[in-house]
Design a protein around this ligand. Structure first.
Ligand code: NDP
Length: 410
């Protein structure tokens, strides 16, 4: 058994808390820490209400500013945690990682580190911050699993599975992320607007022909016909996993595509062109200094409030092209998740669900030793099979569409 400290109390953390509770026979004590302790208390109330704890055990809330490395170290020691699942905002990654390195415990997160005052990070994403700690993790035998949400995360495992089982040579990996669900609001982002918009205000980077290619957001679009969700328009977007996959799956072009409706694109374009998505402070005529993006965030719906009314499905997967036994082939490895099912089970919408289940599956594999890498890794560096099998047991199945049609493989 390994005790877990969950950092953050947002949409993804809510799922992580429930899933840790449902598997606390493998994971042991569960501690939840965030800036606002009341949010952790609410999560604990939800876990109790849904009777998620598998066996009798510790479930506690703590107030923590995770930018304070010493405070984080003290909490890790006090709670005797052996695994930290960081699902707080991406601004805290490097301080939480440092606390884990100093206390010798396993670390995992679901996004790359970002600095609050900088526009969206540019490639090489992992090399900007996290990989600078790779050597020290190896030296000290620290397990650090980077980007273990759905994308990045599961899609990295899908790429590795494709390499291991379905191809001799991979030429293209197109990661496609479609949310075909509906939240019923006039406009909302599905997660923190600050993080969501940042992804799209910068330039779009993809890895093609052995180098970074640069495009503008919404410049390159394509219609995909996908299982369950059908025909969907997706646009090329920059994303963390493009970087690590480009390094680890040699010779492949790697692109990331996200589905957007025309309404989202219109609203985004207006806000962006007006300068309302800027993270640079502006002064009002009254002398008030405000950050436009923060104001936009303040007036938009809180993404976690969308969950009760969310309906429809997500489809996220890897369209992989290459050759096997001298023949060209193409496979799509994917998961379909349902917003309503997620809400009924753990009180969150489908996007949080698909991001929150993977780190818990990974934590269970760290606890059993199968994924206890004792160094810093991206997900595609680990054997995907035990992970996808574990995920299937705890809520996310894996499917493939190939020459023989569509079928579940995990
Ligand atoms: P939310 O914005 O809902 O929650 C973030 C949480 O982080 C909040 O509870 C916030 O605290 C907490 N937090 C922020 N700063 C601090 C700090 N200094 N100390 C302690 N806690 C802090 O985010 P989500 O749940 O939507 O997402 C969580 C993470 O998952 C993000 O990094 C996001 O990018 C990533 N993600 C990854 C996905 C994937 O598939 N890979 C998909 C979706 C998200 P409080 O509220 O208490 O103030």
């Amino acid at each position: 058994k390994k005790n877990v400290l969950i950092i953050g109390a947002g949409g993804v953390a809510q799922v992580v808390a429930h899933k840790c509770a449902q598997n606390n026979d493998v994971l042991g004590d569960i501690h939840i820490a965030s800036r606002t302790k009341s949010k952790c208390d609410d999560m604990i109330a939800s876990v109790r209400e849904k009777k998620s704890m598998k066996v009798e055990g510790v479930l506690e809330a703590h107030a923590l500013d995770a930018l304070d490395i010493e405070a984080t170290k003290a909490l890790i020691s006090k709670t005797n945690s052996q695994i930290v699942i960081n699902v707080g905002s991406p601004f805290i990654n490097m301080s939480v990682l440092q606390a884990c390195i100093d206390t010798g415990v396993a670390y995992m997160d679901t996004a790359i580190h970002e600095e609050p005052n900088k526009i969206c990070e540019t490639p090489p994403w992992y090399a900007n911050y996290e990989w600078k700690r790779r050597e020290i993790c190896a030296e000290k035998g620290i397990t650090a699993i980077l980007g273990i949400g759905f994308d990045p995360g599961v899609v990295n495992a899908y790429a590795r599975l494709a390499q291991d089982e379905y191809f001799d040579k991979i030429t293209d990996i197109d990661i496609i992320d479609i949310n075909a669900g509906s939240h019923g609001r006039w406009f909302s982002t599905n997660f923190d607007p600050e993080i969501n918009f940042r992804e799209f205000t910068g330039r779009v980077y993809s890895w093609q022909k052995g180098e970074w290619q640069v495009n503008k957001m919404f410049e390159v679009g394509k219609e995909y016909d996908l299982p369950v969700v059908g025909k969907q328009k997706a646009y090329m977007t920059g994303h963390d996993e493009v970087h690590s996959l480009a390094r680890n799956i040699e010779g492949a072009d790697v692109r990331f595509w996200m589905g957007f409706g025309d309404h989202y694109i219109n609203v985004f374009t207006v806000l962006n062109n007006l300068g309302l998505l800027s993270e640079q402070p502006v002064k009002t005529a009254e002398g008030l200094e405000v950050i436009p993006l923060k104001v936009v965030k303040a007036v938009l719906p809180d993404p976690s409030s969308l969950a009760p009314d969310y309906t429809g499905k997500t489809c996220i997967g890897d369209l992989v092209k290459g050759s096997k036994d001298g023949k060209d082939r193409e496979v799509f490895i994917y998961n379909v998740a349902d917003h309503k099912d997620a809400y009924n089970e753990v009180g969150s919408q489908g996007i949080s669900y698909t991001a929150g289940v993977p780190p818990v599956a990974a934590a269970m594999l760290v606890a059993t030793g199968e994924w206890d890498a004792k160094t810093m890794v991206n997900v595609e560096e680990l054997d995907p099979r035990p992970f996808l099998a574990q995920m299937s047991k705890i809520g996310l199945t894996t499917w493939i569409r190939d020459e023989q049609g569509e079928r579940q493989i995990f």
